[in-house]
Design a protein. Sequence first.
Length: 130
Amino acid sequence: MVTMLAKAFLAGNAVVWMSFGPTFYFATETFASYLDITLHSPTALADIRGVYGGLHLAIGVFMLMGLFRQKWMRPALMLILLGTTGLLIGRVLTIIDTGGVGAFVYIVSALEFSAIVFGAWLYRSYEDSV
């Protein structure tokens, strides 16, 4: 049961993380504008494509690999936990620093918090089930 949940969790996260790759590469300015990011130089374009495109794609591929190699399952779950926690910390610090952000950030933060709680439970439970 835990293994099936862990695989579903990994698959869902892999799809989300990997979708940022082509999305931010082929429609960079459109999706950057959804985040209130304006790109005024090729350097900014390259950085957004690298971080939101390339890095997210690579992280998603690693998660996907965790589905097919049992010994990679726990490291892939840990990557979700660490990556998602890092994103959430950045958002929370921004909320504290600025006094508020758009609704999108609050919604994504709630999803990230839920993923961290569920992912931590899966990580701990997966060890016991193998």
